[in-house]
Design a protein around this ligand. Structure first.
Ligand code: BDP
Length: 324
């Protein structure tokens, strides 16, 4: 047998293997830090069912909610390795990995919730997803979920900057958020989502900051009964797929995944609004005091943070501000 022929025969099983992986059924793990029934979980479960149907069962999904696969930071690492294939993650967690996304993570960069929605629905939103995809971090940015508006919740009421002075406030593990809370006169303390409840209970922190559904569903309201409506962060949350997985899909499968991820973005928004309204009502029922605050001093205090982190994105920030 000549050499060329030998090589061909040797390569045959490999070629067979490669072409068959594209069509063999694949089960994809989706990791979520939120519990079953949470808007992001429900929207992604429905997305999974739609994709499974559209690919005739070639792509199946298994949702691991409630943080069982680890903290968001750990899950992002798993996604980069391809050990977890998909996740929805706060942009806050992604900032230290893909710094380009930090433009959206700055305090008060969006005027309000509506403004953030318009930005992520438009070309800037797609650009940030593309930045995730085109970074070296082995992820594909598919679509956005809504993470609402984040406010402060504390054991002792916070009505102004003076009240907040020196309080230890939990933030996500992103230096931008530590700087934000420090600029407001508090002391930002980074920890994982799953650690917040006991940190509040044991007094390791005096408060945290989040949207109403998270404050409710993660039981934080049991240990912090004052909710100050600072609205300092409005963080969208991308659904990302491991690029290792993405590259194994056929172009048709990629198109289907993209299509239903975008549909999940629309569905989650509706679920989000309902969940926010019901969470606010439930929190009030549970004795949480909602405190209206003058946002201006909080905005002014955080100007140095926007200057520091916004400098590389000055053009982008102008474009964000121009979105009406
Ligand atoms: C929630 C986000 C979640 C974050 C969490 C947190 O949806 O992705 O992990 O906040 O602050 O609002 O840890």
């Amino acid at each position: 047998m000549n050499f060329k022929r030998k090589l061909l025969i040797a390569a045959l099983p490999l070629a067979f293997c490669l072409s068959s992986t594209a069509h063999a059924a694949m089960t994809l793990k989706i990791a979520e830090v939120h519990p079953a029934g949470y808007p992001t979980v429900v929207a992604q479960e429905n997305m999974g069912k739609n994709i499974e149907e559209a690919t005739d069962g070639e792509l199946k999904f298994r949702m691991f909610s409630g943080g069982v696969l680890g903290s968001e930071k750990e899950v992002v690492e798993q996604v980069q390795l391809g050990a977890v294939q998909m996740t929805r993650v706060s942009l806050g967690t992604l900032g230290p990995v893909v710094p380009d996304v930090n433009a959206f993570n700055m305090p008060f960069v969006f005027r309000d919730h509506e403004h953030m929605r318009k930005v992520i629905d438009g070309e800037i939103g797609q650009e940030i997803l593309d930045k995730i995809t085109n970074s070296d971090f082995n992820m594909v940015g598919l679509a956005w979920m809504d993470g609402g508006v984040r406010n402060l919740y504390t054991k002792e009421p916070v009505r102004n900057l003076e009240d907040l002075k020196g309080m230890k406030i939990r933030v996500m593990g992103n230096p931008l958020f530590i700087d934000t809370l420090n600029a407001m006169g508090a002391q930002g303390v980074a920890m994982n989502t799953g650690e917040i409840f006991s940190a509040l209970q044991t007094g390791v922190v005096d408060g945290a900051e989040n949207n109403p559904p998270t404050m409710l569903e993660h039981n934080h309201f049991r240990a912090a009964k004052n909710y100050s409506l600072t609205g300092h962060l409005i963080l969208p949350e991308p659904i990302v797929m491991s690029k290792t997985t993405w590259n194994k899909l056929t172009p048709e499968q990629q198109e289907i995944v993209m299509k239903y991820a975008k549909e999940a973005q629309i569905e989650e928004r509706k679920l989000w609004d309902e969940k926010t309204a019901s969470s606010e009502a439930k929190l009030k029922e549970e004795g949480v005091t909602f405190i209206e605050v003058d946002k201006k001093p909080f905005y002014d205090a955080t100007a140095p943070v926007r200057e520091k982190y916004g400098a590389p994105y000055a053009e982008l920030i102008k474009r964000i501000e121009a979105v009406q």
